[in-house]
Design a protein around this ligand. Structure first.
Ligand SMILES: [Zn+2]
Length: 608
């Protein structure tokens, strides 16, 4: 928060007001502004030599067209990854030259370099970038591969806006492949017309599997690392899912607004879980290798592709335009992330990738996630994500926002006798906000929702379930869509540990209940949990497989494999079963005719 305020003081004065600083505050200096520069050319070098030091070498050439110092600034964040990272951290060996003559430079602030041109009209900047962070918003490398984002490597002229074109050239080994959503330009380069597009097209460089096909008439590419990981039948099955989910999502908005789309995936056997980041015509996902063939991989992929409409194009006004020098908090991530997650699973069920039962089980999982987290308002969770709260509410706007979308869908269909739906809302806002070149506001959102529901007011809904912390009224809402909550009493093995993820994504044991099975086996806080029995805990199907394998016989042997101080240990434990009641969603066979129609409409993507 302090950080945010200080950055506002440095750069937050709009250009118009800066002309009259005395009107704004007594002693305000004008916002820093670079000398005008043009014809920016970024050259990126990553090959088997630079890979050894996990370094990407960058050269920036540009022309100077006016007096004063050149100010080159690095972004603080990558849009979509709602956290401040300050990419200047990973820069080293910065030099500025006019021809062969070194130019003087110093720093204006922690992420802005100030270069004195000394009359030079043409300047070359060199720096190295450390590519060692496995994070889809950042840069990472191996001996034969690099991922990087434009936000990491492409500094911009401070105070000169985003409306400048630039080219990118990648130098690499002859046999290595370059994959990016960036537009190809003559001379083996890429070119974009403005800075937003320049930094929204991440790159893969190296030994990858790379192929393409047409989905609904549009070229779609699949780039995966390491080479040889997603191949054969598994790749064909994943391609089949992409071919189904994109048309199901496009049907919501009535268009597919890109010339090509690139799905970029990294598989890593140590990465705990999966994480992906959206862009206008691509996304980058990082997954544990166990995700291959799992419906969770299809769901994350559908989520990221839906973002190409919802957040990259249709976006809250708080984030229009993106700015790169500070955070852009908004209360609307429950729409941008949560409703995207609702549509990810809708796209899977509507295109036949999962069954209706699967969809209801995934939705019940979101209900359980919300029930297990502290009671948190959607708007508060959305604002707070920038500081990564540790109380368990950090990402609750995904599951809870998805459920808010589910409720709105049901209420709109109920109020309109299934003639309109949440699809009507998304398509309507896409037309009236994004297509008109602006972000959406609260008045836009609730106006479209209310009109879709025939004029019904959602003021009370917003106060209770979006701004407020009231529990969602499933017993009243679900029957409107021919669904009900069924409960099962299940027996499952209980170890008595709580876990979290460390910075490399591994699953770490944080605490152990005294007297529990884990305590008696000798498990310690700080151990990295690897396997229970022969089941890897990083496998996306772990929970169900664990319950199926060990949920039967009290006292069965249950080996716990952990890593402690770099050594792998297997601790001997035994199964202790506990009972608990679990809710699931089910179709209600006694639903009335209207409710049954609404249920079918949601699952099939239809209205009447
Ligand atoms: Zn998302």
């Amino acid at each position: 928060m302090m950080h945010h305020i200080r950055r506002l003081a440095r750069r937050g004065i709009p250009a118009l007001l800066a002309l009259w600083p005395a009107l704004v505050r007594g002693q305000a200096a004008p916002a820093p502004r670079s000398a005008p520069v043009s014809d920016l050319r970024y050259e990126v070098t990553f090959d088997s030599v630079t890979a050894q030091s996990r370094t990407i070498k960058v050269t920036v050439d540009f022309d100077v067209a006016g007096p004063g110092p050149v100010l080159l600034s690095f972004p603080a964040w990558t849009p979509g990854a709602y956290e401040l990272s300050f990419f200047a951290r990973w820069v080293s060996n910065f030099t500025a030259l006019a021809g062969n003559k070194p130019l003087q430079w110093d720093k204006l602030d922690y992420d802005t370099w100030r270069i004195q041109p000394a009359g030079a009209r043409s300047i070359t900047v060199h720096f190295d970038y450390q590519a060692d962070t496995l994070d889809n918003a950042m840069a990472w490398s191996k001996r034969d591969f690099a991922l990087f984002n434009g936000t990491n490597l492409f500094p911009y002229p401070e105070g000169r806006g985003t409306d400048f074109s630039a080219t990118v050239t990648v130098k690499t080994e002859p046999g290595w492949v370059v994959a990016t959503g960036m537009a190809a330009a003559p001379g083996d380069s890429y070119r974009e017309g403005n800075y937003h597009d320049l930094v929204d097209k991440p790159f893969f460089v190296g030994r990858i599997d790379y192929d393409s096909t047409q989905v609904a008439g549009i070229w779609t590419r699949l780039a995966t690392y390491p080479a040889g990981t997603l191949t054969g039948q598994a790749r064909a099955a994943f391609w089949d899912q992409i071919g189904r989910m994109i048309p199901a999502e496009a049907a919501v908005f009535g268009e597919t607004p890109w010339r090509n789309y690139t799905v970029m995936m990294i598989f890593d056997s140590l990465y705990g879980g999966g994480s992906a980041l959206e862009h206008t015509n691509s996304h980058v996902g990082i997954y544990n290798i166990g995700f291959i063939g799992n419906p969770v991989l299809a769901s994350i992929t559908a989520h990221e592709i839906f973002h190409a409409w919802n957040v990259k194009r249709l976006r809250p006004a708080d984030m229009v335009p993106y700015r790169y020098d500070r955070s852009e908090p908004t209360v609307w991530l429950w729409v941008s992330e949560g409703i995207t997650d609702y549509y990810a699973n809708l796209a899977l069920v509507r295109s036949g990738i999962i069954t209706a039962d699967d969809f209801m089980a995934m939705t019940a999982g979101k209900v359980a996630t919300v029930a297990g987290a502290p009671s948190t308002a959607l708007e508060d969770a959305s604002l707070s994500t920038w500081i990564h709260p540790v109380d368990g509410s950090q990402y609750i706007y995904y599951a809870k926002g998805s459920l808010a979308g589910f409720m709105l869908d049901i209420l709109i269909r109920d109020a309109s006798n299934n003639r309109r739906s949440l699809d009507t809302v998304m398509r309507g806002l896409y037309q009236t906000a994004y297509k008109q070149g602006r972000g959406f506001t609260a008045a836009d959102w609730w106006g479209v929702v209310s009109r879709a529901a025939g004029g019904k007011s959602f003021t009370d809904f917003a106060a209770k379930y979006v701004d407020g912390r009231e529990a969602y009224p499933w017993s009243r809402i679900l029957p409107l869509a021919g669904m009900r909550v069924a409960t099962d009493t299940i027996r499952e093995p209980r170890l008595g540990i709580s876990t979290g993820q460390d910075s490399s994504g591994a699953i770490v044991i944080r605490a152990i209940e005294p007297g529990s099975a884990a305590a008696e086996a000798g498990v310690r806080a700080g151990d990295i949990l690897l396997d229970l029995g022969d089941l890897a805990v990083t496998d996306p199907s772990f929970a169900a497989a664990y319950r199926a394998r060990f949920g039967k016989n009290e006292g069965d042997s249950l080996p716990i494999k952990v890593q402690r101080n770099g050594q792998t240990l297997t601790l001997q434990s035994t199964v202790r079963l506990v009972s608990h009641v679990e809710g699931r969603l089910a179709a209600d066979s006694a639903a009335n005719e209207k409710a049954a129609r609404i249920r079918e409409g949601i699952l099939k993507g239809t209205t009447e």
